[in-house]
Design a protein around this ligand. Structure first.
Ligand code: NOJ
Length: 829
């Protein structure tokens, strides 16, 4: 007991004695009077986690008689939110010494979150109560999702979150990598998949709808001694076997049980599971297991004893030095990580079967590690292989700044592959603004540029902190700024990721908070921090108001400290205003909004000092807001959502697929009875239909680019969104062209008679390229492209000169793409 708690206990004892003495005196001094009867109420369990549309486990209410209390207690249930019903209906009468079992049913519209309920009992003048915490989680997930725009993702470094199973802390096959004291930041600390599962109520109460877990695959079993320091692969990025689960995260037999259990528990509570998947490399080539890989426990690939090209499973190139050189990026070694050769058929199959296996075990999506360093064309085929397995969502890590020379490659990559990107440019702008007190114009300009460049900016995956950069609080120890950054990110276009612990304001500033000090232990699970409540409210708004998922972005008012951003999807509108100054208030005059005339209170209920606004009628969607004062470090959110009169199409996922694959159209106002989904003018077979989502089978139409529309059963038709129908299952093929008479400064491109190669359009924007120089040659060029398996294709090459003019090769080549695996073809210009 601490000194403080001891003092309290003594005081309570003294007060108790005093009460007894007073009543004893009043009784006339004739001996000790019997203490008065009373009762207490107990509730077990004290907290319940219930999904929307589900009923809780039975809660046992007991009336415990004290000092001979007899009679009945009338127990009411206080704090029950609208949409939750109790059975039996309260109040109920419970006799002394008796129990009553009750359940709570959570309706489908109850917002995710924590609700504090009280069972209050009374009997005559006596009363007693007991609390019950109800956590409402999302409705159980049915089937995989392809549209993540309404989701909020929570990123977890599994080892640093929660230790749910101590039996895997120091497993026999990889002993000595665990540090119970949590002082050696390069060791395992005990967090595991069971631990995440045990914190499901915390996650559900936070309102997030997906978790992104660090790579759960089996990692190297021995410490890697690199430069004199020993490193354990607690982060999961040093795979030894991508087909099994790491024993520190699951069980000592490397089975899938803990992963399966986590997925089941998450899905029951409306939470999707995204797996971090590293296809670029295996593990360090200079320590530990020296890059070697196993396949379900059997030897698979040896970096140290690899075959000669073209049968090599790894690239054996130097470390990347020039991060602006596309060849180095894809074919050189990232730091010291043994670089896999995805163009090798065995490696291709190994990686794709690992993804397939995760999908079979219920993974809903993948965060593709080090995307920029994996062969780009191969990744298109990986995405297609994943979509061919079934519906899923993919986003990847293209670490960059908006002014990097490869920024335009990243745009083209994402637009063509349909793989969403983590939004590094916006993260960098957000960090400049919130941690370094930069000007809001930087964020605004970034949003404008990316919205212009990316075909689907609402699919960009936004973040402020990550496991690779110092936490915001390590850069600027100001919790207001964390709250403001989170509020903006959660309102902004793109799918937000919240890094575990940010909602608890955790940070360790050793070495500036750089890796590994940003991978803090999750030492607190408080549900009452401002950030926890903020994430919950904004995550619920993302579900309720389609403007956040599908809307456009418009800056409505800005200076270096103030940003007012409007999101709009047809008649659904969210307006967020923030002032990041710690001291200055600003008078906001001349503000216009698409919100219609009326008064709007702060959706956050003043959580961050928000206020109400008054809007009057204007014209053209520009309605004037009565001038108001925006106090320092405040955030206000105003919103309105209208029932859609006709279908409003906000999302297609994926945005490219071949006939026969399942895709999802999402939006609002599709109607509850099935209508028609049109790919061009062809009706697709509909697999499921709801007011906000239609899943359909891509029809057998000629491959090419189409508009998709949703037609309600009433006949009303939605806005169109573009969709590419691919020719077939995609496999990677390496195209090489020798003897190119290159015009100085020109680039070589590839096109062909299939949509995958740009449908014979000889322009840099449509074709595949530029090709990369074959190392050691002066006139040979190559590229790995994703093309339809089992198809006879015609292809051709051309040069784009510095002035933009085209020099075609003239010849056309025919190539029979293999029906599976990988391919390669060489021609001479
Ligand atoms: C990027 C990851 O986010 C980082 O943490 C990891 O070390 C590297 N990729 C290599 O896998």
């Amino acid at each position: 007991m601490t000194t403080n708690r001891k003092a309290h206990a003594l005081l309570a004892l003294a007060i108790g004695c005093f009460t007894w003495l007073v009543s004893g005196c009043g009784s006339g001094g004739g001996g000790t009077p019997p203490p008065p009867p009373s009762f207490t109420i107990s509730v077990s369990p004290g907290s319940v986690l219930v999904a929307q549309g589900a009923t809780s486990v039975p809660v046992q209410l007991s009336v415990i008689a004290v000092n001979g209390f007899q009679g009945a207690v009338s127990v009411s249930l206080q704090g029950l939110p609208a949409g939750v019903t109790a059975s039996p209906a309260f109040p109920v009468s419970i006799g002394a010494g008796s129990s009553q079992s009750a359940t709570l049913t959570v309706g489908n519209t109850v917002a995710r979150g924590n609700y504090s309920l009280t069972f209050a009992g009374s009997s005559g003048a006596l009363s007693g109560s007991a609390p019950l915490l109800l956590t409402a989680s999302g409705a159980a997930v049915v089937g995989p999702a392809q549209d993540f725009k309404k989701q909020v993702i929570y990123q977890i470094v599994t080892d640093r979150f929660f230790n749910g199973d101590t039996s895997n802390d120091n497993p026999p096959q990889s002993p000595g990598m665990f540090d119970a004291s949590k002082t050696n930041w390069q060791m395992y600390w005990g967090g595991d998949l069971a631990g995440i599962q045990q914190q499901m109520a915390y996650l559900a109460g936070l309102g997030i709808t997906a978790i992104w877990i660090s790579p759960p695959v089996d990692n190297i079993d021995v410490l890697a001694n690199l430069g004199g320091t020993s490193y354990a692969p607690y982060h999961g990025y040093w795979a030894r076997d991508m087909q099994q689960i790491e024993e520190h995260f699951g069980d000592v037999n490397n089975t899938w049980a803990a992963f399966d259990n986590l997925v089941t528990a998450a899905h029951e509570n409306g939470i999707r599971v995204i797996v971090d998947f590293a296809a670029n490399d295996s593990n360090p080539d200079d320590g530990g297991e020296f890059g070697a890989l196993l396949n379900k426990g059997q030897a698979f690939a040896s970096y140290q004893n690899d075959a000669a090209p073209p049968n090599n499973l790894f690239h054996h190139n130097p470390t990347i030095m020039d991060f602006n050189d596309p060849f180095q990026l894809q074919y050189y070694t990232l730091v010291d990580l043994a670089d896999l050769n995805q163009e090798n058929a065995q490696v291709d199959s190994y990686l794709k079967s690992a993804v397939a296996q995760f999908m079979q075990h219920g993974a809903d999506g993948f965060r593709l590690d080090a995307l920029k360093h994996v062969t780009w064309g191969w990744e298109y085929s990986l995405a297609n292989a994943a979509y061919t397995n079934g519906p899923t969502f993919l986003y990847g890590e293209w670490f960059q700044g908006i002014n990097d020379p490869t920024y335009h490659d990243s745009v083209e990559f994402s637009n063509r592959s349909g793989i969403a990107l983590l939004d590094f440019p916006l993260a960098s702008a957000m960090r400049d603004v919130f941690a370094n007190n930069g000007d809001f114009h930087e964020i605004d300009n970034t949003i404008t540029q990316e919205d212009n460049d990316f075909d689907s900016p609402n699919d960009l995956v936004t973040f402020v902190d990550s496991h690779d950069i110092p936490r915001l609080l390590s850069v600027n120890n100001n919790q207001n700024r964390v709250n403001e950054a989170l509020a903006l990110q959660l309102a902004c276009r793109g799918i937000p990721v919240v890094l575990y612990g940010d909602e608890q304001y955790l940070h360790n500033d050793t070495n500036g908070g750089n890796d590994p000090y940003n991978r803090v232990w999750m030492s607190s699970f408080s549900t009452s921090t401002t950030a926890y409540k903020l994430v919950n409210q904004m995550a619920n708004l993302r579900q309720a108001n389609p403007a956040l998922a599908y809307g456009t972005s418009q800056q409505r008012w800005i200076n270096s400290d103030v940003y007012i951003l409007e999101r709009q999807f047809f008649d659904d509108i969210v307006l967020i205003a923030m002032n990041k100054s710690e001291t200055a208030a600003y008078n906001i005059s001349g503000l216009f909004t698409a919100l219609s005339a009326g008064s709007y209170s702060d959706y956050l209920n003043g959580l961050m000092g928000g206020l109400s606004i008054q809007v009057s009628a204007g014209t053209g969607g520009n309605n004037p807001v009565t001038a108001f004062n925006l106090p320092p470090h405040t955030v206000s959110v105003w919103q309105s959502s209208a029932a859609a009169a006709s279908p409003e199409l906000g999302s297609l996922g994926p945005r490219l697929a071949q006939a026969g694959l399942i895709a999802t159209a999402a939006g609002d106002g599709f109607g509850s009875s099935p209508g028609t989904l049109l790919v061009g003018t062809t009706a697709a077979t509909v697999k499921s239909w709801s007011d906000s989502s239609v899943t359909f089978v891509v029809p057998s139409v000629p491959p090419g680019n189409y508009n998709i529309t949703v037609q309600a059963s009433s006949g009303a038709t939605s806005n169109p969104l573009p969709f590419a129908v691919l020719t077939g299952n995609e496999i990677p093929v390496t195209f090489t062209v020798d003897n190119v008479p290159l015009v100085a400064g020109a680039s070589v491109y590839l096109t062909g008679n299939v949509v995958e190669l740009g449908a014979n359009v000889q322009s840099a924007g449509s074709a595949v390229g530029p090709l990369l120089a074959v190392p050691g040659t002066s006139s040979s060029w190559f590229i790995d492209a994703s093309v339809p398996a089992g198809t006879q294709i015609q292809f051709t090459l051309f040069q784009v000169l510095q002035d933009g003019s085209i020099v075609p090769e003239g010849a056309s080549y025919s190539y029979g793409v293999p029906t599976a695996g990988v391919g390669s073809v060489s021609v001479s210009w």
